[in-house]
Design a protein around this ligand. Structure first.
Ligand code: ADP
Length: 269
């Protein structure tokens, strides 16, 4: 395995001594390992639908050449596989954009109520198709934050979409907003938006790793539902950029709760 050395040379003043600081070699080696794992994961995720597409192309050229009914069926499957690759590439681009901007604090004052309403509106069709009712209790207080509206829309879209997809049939998904006068981590007033479902929930052993790229608690179910395994990783990076965080709790068998905590802006300018 590779060993990374990185030495920083800094001159202190004109005649000052050279200060050598050794960056933590283990951290660098770990970063390298993570990058290699990521590339391996992406390749694997792209290869699976690609292999299916190549297989069906061969079948359409050969055995199914005269079978019009089979051709229609195969083309539908192929469209689904192409769709999966498209979603994956879309999520990879989102992730890379979000990571690139992670250190730039958003400066736009916005009301999260609008963002939440847009997210719920966009997902009303998916909810109906899954027999899920979306219930909201956003309270009366303004939900002002400094944020990037598109990115926050993506956060709540991902969380509500997961709640609908994994939450099981004929259930409700609740979106609740709470104000918290003092958040101990943010050391100031905060907003908490909770997305709760009543599905099978998540075994606690998975919780610490759930926001890692391509980490899935239930691989089979995720793939069946067309998941890329990147949704919560994207959410985490967007929240980092907003000085926010994600708290996941679950009672297996009774559902999962995803709480987004963001610094609250109180006064009008
Ligand atoms: P995916 O594209 O697989 O949904 P995500 O990053 O959005 O990827 O989520 C990671 C994993 O977390 C999912 O594969 C699923 O196992 C689990 N998960 C996310 N949301 C829920 C939920 N509401 N209920 C149960 N499991 C969930």
């Amino acid at each position: 395995s590779d060993v990374f050395y990185d030495v920083h040379l800094q001159s202190i003043g004109d005649t000052g001594p050279l200060l050598l600081s050794f960056l933590n070699v283990t951290d660098l080696a770990q970063a390298g390992q993570m990058r290699r794992d990521f590339v391996a994961n992406v390749s694997h995720e792209l290869r699976t639908p690609l292999a299916a597409l190549m297989g069906f192309i061969e079948t359409l050229r050969g055995p199914a050449r005269e079978d019009v009914a089979a051709q229609g069926r195969f083309l539908n499957i192929m469209a689904g596989e192409a769709e999966r690759m498209n979603r994956l590439v879309g999520d990879l681009l989102s992730l890379s954009r979000v990571e690139a901007e992670e250190r730039v604090r958003p400066t736009t004052r916005l009301d999260l109520r609008d963002v939440l309403q847009t997210a719920l509106q966009n997902l009303s069709r998916l909810a109906a198709d899954n027999n899920v009712t979306l219930q909201t209790d956003l309270g009366q207080a303004p939900l002002q934050v400094l944020g990037d509206a598109d990115q926050l829309l993506q956060v709540f879209t991902n969380l509500v979409e997961n709640a609908i997809k994994y939450g099981g049939n004929s259930q409700s998904v609740e979106v609740t907003a709470l104000n918290c006068a003092h958040d101990p981590v943010l050391r100031g007033p905060a907003l908490q938006i909770v997305v709760a479902d009543h599905g099978p929930g998540i075994d606690p052993v998975h919780l610490p790793r759930l926001t890692e790229r391509f980490y899935r608690a239930d691989s089979h179910r995720s793939r069946e539902l067309g998941g890329t395994g990147l949704g919560l990783a994207i959410v985490k990076h967007i929240l980092n950029r907003h000085r926010g965080r994600l708290k996941i709790t679950s009672q297996p068998g009774q559902g999962a709760k995803f709480a987004v905590i963001l610094p609250l802006l109180h006064d009008e300018p």
